[in-house]
Design a protein around this ligand. Sequence first.
Ligand SMILES: Nc1ncnc2c1ncn2[C@@H]1O[C@H](COP(=O)(O)OP(=O)(O)OP(=O)(O)O)[C@@H](O)[C@H]1O
Ligand SMILES: [Mg+2]
Length: 275
Amino acid sequence: MTTDQVQLPAIRVQGLEKSFKDLPVLRGVDFDVARGSIFALLGSNGAGKTTVVKILSTLLEADAGTAGVNGFDVATQAADVRESISLTGQFAAVDEILSGRENLVLVARLRHVADPGRIADDLLERFSLTDAAARKVSTYSGGMRRRLDIAMSLIGDPPVIFLDEPTTGLDPQARLEVWQAVEELAEHGTTVLLTTQYLEEAEQLADRIAILHEGRIIVNGTLAELEQLLPPATVEYVEKRPTLEDVFLAVVGADGKDGDAGNDAVPARKSRGQR
Ligand SMILES: Nc1ncnc2c1ncn2[C@@H]1O[C@H](COP(=O)(O)OP(=O)(O)OP(=O)(O)O)[C@@H](O)[C@H]1O
Ligand SMILES: [Mg+2]
């Protein structure tokens, strides 16, 4: 690893722009992600979160701006970037017919790591799947699949991992299991960039949270910093701190989508009158 790689943040995005035909999606996106931290990218449907992840994982080219991952430029050093990352998309990419352990061994062989069996057993243990190791994945719950999917993405120890909506469609228990798995990653020093629609997920997991809106990052900070964007509301003499959801809706604007639809989706928040 060069000095540059040690000193640079794990991810650095500057002035990123991307349009699809005449639809501008990213209009100058800037953010850094520190090594070993968890960074959550929030945004409404269609905000461009997946577009950012695709550019960072070299699946899509930006129109303008620069993006570096693990010290490598996504445009000019794509192969080095790909060696540095793993990407877990929204739908679990596991093979149903194989057992959990067989899935892991298969990926370990494909990635040419030494001792695939041991790597598989270690990951099964780490993600609490040892008891289910020999069972076909078709018998796994949604949470178990997602955990296996994340475990598979860790083979070869990529320093940076992208999780695009890791818990969409999971029930609260399965979501908790995946959160634990993600926390595990950061404890091992992996840098995690996750996108999510669940504000609670960002509150629970992320060291820093950024909100992507109308093509730009409009807020970027720790949860405590984001909470300070809104004064505490007083309800019947009980001081209540704003939730991340309040901050999100205030900065995005409850009418951030079309017309009244955004308002109707969050009637309980209207009374806060913070906008
Ligand atoms: N290949 C493409 N061709 C044309 N338009 C695209 C393409 N990919 C994305 N878009 C458009 O770009 C916008 C951003 O899409 P993107 O998938 O990045 O949003 P997102 O924030 O991930 O949304 P979601 O929360 O629904 O996953 C959307 O309007 C989408 O329709
Ligand atoms: Mg998306």
